[in-house]
Design a binder for this molecule. Structure first.
Ligand code: SF4
Length: 301
């Protein structure tokens, strides 16, 4: 099995940063495409049955036209509202529920439109996760550590490890052979509950038991997209895992990306005195000094 390398995670971070703009553009294109498909469909069902409806009742075509007209207005409004929101970083007055519209209406349609244009589901889902993160990140509420939950996929655990983490993450022996060790360190550092889920059902059970107000979830784009949909209106900020061994096997996550997300949402009153120093950083000798000294150097800079 390949060893987990910090450089893999850093390379992923760089790639992810570069891909962010592309993901946004793809999302806007797909939303516009999905909106157009629905508008065309509504226009089609508006024209075709009008003649037949007149035979049922003279008013029937007008009532039907009114209903379809309202639907058309809603779809066109939602499409432009969402595109405006993504481009400008703020919602129109009547579009405070824009994340709900994106999740409930556009994601299924975007997947269909993406399929029509040969865009893979993975790309559609990852652009959806990116835009969801933007919408969740809008300035607003900040959270206490106990209101946040770090939800991890089981595939982060080393495949040969026999410890059962879904029952209790504290069963980890912290041998450092997989990212769980570092994630435990991060969760202790920020005093945020950390849980590992083997699938959607267990993830839902954890959420019901913990009742968090914000979830920071790590997973592949498929599980993130479905998790975001399942838990709506609960805000979920998604971070893609790194898969150097292919899907679902000995995956990894960027600890710095996760820490940045924690600090983005956590009320600064609850920040620990120092930033977390990743065990990988220490092991790879990136810091020649102790964590304390490094922090001091950073602060001075
Ligand atoms: S860090 Fe924990 S979960 Fe990972 S291999 Fe070691 S004991 Fe298993």
């Amino acid at each position: 099995m390949k060893e987990l390398k910090l450089s893999t995670v850093q390379a992923f971070d760089r790639e992810d940063l570069e891909a962010e703009k592309t993901k946004k553009r793809l999302f806007i294109g797909l939303v516009a495409g999905a909106g157009t498909v629905v508008v065309l469909f509504l226009l089609l069902i508006l024209v075709i049955p009008l003649i037949g409806l007149a035979n049922i009742h003279p008013w029937a075509p007008y009532i039907f036209s009114l209903l379809v007209g309202v639907l058309l207005f809603l779809v066109i409004g939602a499409t432009f509202g969402l595109i405006f929101s993504i481009l400008c970083g703020r919602s129109l007055p009547l579009f405070s529920k824009i994340r709900g519209i994106t999740i409930k209406l556009f994601l299924p349609l975007m997947t269909l439109v993406g399929k029509m244009f040969g865009i893979s589901k993975a790309k559609v889902r990852s652009s959806f996760v990116k835009v969801n993160n933007d919408l969740v990140s809008r300035p607003g509420k900040q959270f206490k550590p106990q209101e946040m939950l770090l939800l991890m996929p089981h595939c982060l655990q080393r495949s040969t490890c026999e410890m059962r983490l879904t029952y209790s993450i504290n069963n980890c022996k912290r041998c450092g052979k997989c990212p769980i060790d570092n994630l435990l360190g991060l969760s202790e550092h920020y005093n945020i509950h950390l849980a590992v889920a083997t699938g959607g059902t267990i993830a839902r059970r954890i959420v019901v038991q913990r009742r968090p107000k914000l979830i920071l979830a790590v997973a592949c784009e498929r599980d993130l997209a479905s998790g975001i949909q399942d838990t709506y209106p609960l805000p979920v900020f998604g971070i893609m895992n790194v898969r150097p061994n292919g899907p679902c096997l000995d995956t990894n996550v960027s600890i710095s990306a996760l820490e940045n997300a924690i600090r983005q949402f956590m009320d600064p009153h609850f920040y620990p005195e120092k930033k977390y120093v990743s065990l990988d950083t220490i092991r790879l000798g990136k810091t020649k000094s102790s964590p304390d000294k490094e922090q001091k150097t950073t602060n001075t800079a």
